[in-house]
Design a protein around this ligand. Structure first.
Ligand code: COA
Ligand code: ZN
Length: 162
């Protein structure tokens, strides 16, 4: 277990294949090895059209990732997912830093009014603390893991100035 007091975290958008490979490596550790999700389910074919972010620890290297895709069926809506933080770096704000970086970009872009996610049931509290609300509807299962749909309304720069 690394000494986390030495950790300074920076979040940046993925631009290179090398950075993308780091994101895949983290997702593999967290979802495939950690949660028993199939590799086919993890690599669902949406990565090419997504925006990705990496959380980088200045002492230990890449430690977290998240992605954002346009919602194919709902105009003005985007969907984030694949939020993953290496076990060694959980509980120190990396997950929230990734969420905030993703929120900042979507707010500035002004492209979307709503951001949604399929939240693993035991992460609902985490997303509520970031302004997400549960959508009506039953629990559903993805890769045998219970999920609920959640969403957050985005305040764009334009909305804020009114
Ligand atoms: C969920 C996950 C990304 C959180 O990342 P993290 O870096 O540990 O989270 P943070 O340290 O930023 O947590 C921030 C806050 O959320 C809280 N929190 C973390 N996990 C939580 C949970 N499951 N339920 C409720 N609150 C939670 C923390 O207590 C902390 O609270 P604070 O701000 O009051 O101190 C991480 O646990 C993870 O990668 N899990 C495995 C993959 C996964 O489940 N991804 C999400 C799929 S929907
Ligand atoms: Zn570190």
């Amino acid at each position: 277990m690394p000494e986390k007091t030495q950790c300074t975290i920076q979040v940046f958008k993925v631009h290179t294949l090398r950075e993308m490979q780091e994101a895949w490596r983290i997702r593999n550790v967290v979802f495939v090895q950690g949660q028993g999700i199939s590799l086919e389910g993890e690599l669902d074919g949406l990565d090419d059209q997504a925006d990705h972010w990496l959380a980088f620890c200045t002492t230990h290297g890449p430690v977290g990732t998240i992605r954002l895709v346009e919602h194919a069926a709902q105009e003005g809506t985007c969907k984030f997912g694949r939020l993953a933080v290496l076990p060694s770096h959980r509980g120190t704000g990396v997950g929230k830093a990734l969420m905030r970086a993703m929120h900042d970009v979507t707010e500035v872009q002004g492209r979307y009014r709503t951001i949604m996610c399929h939240a693993q049931q035991d992460k609902i509290g985490f997303y509520q603390s970031l302004g997400y609300e549960l959508l009506p509807g039953d629990t559903f299962y993805q890769e045998r893991i219970p999920h609920r749909k959640m969403r957050k309304l985005i305040l764009s720069q334009v909305d804020k100035s009114i």
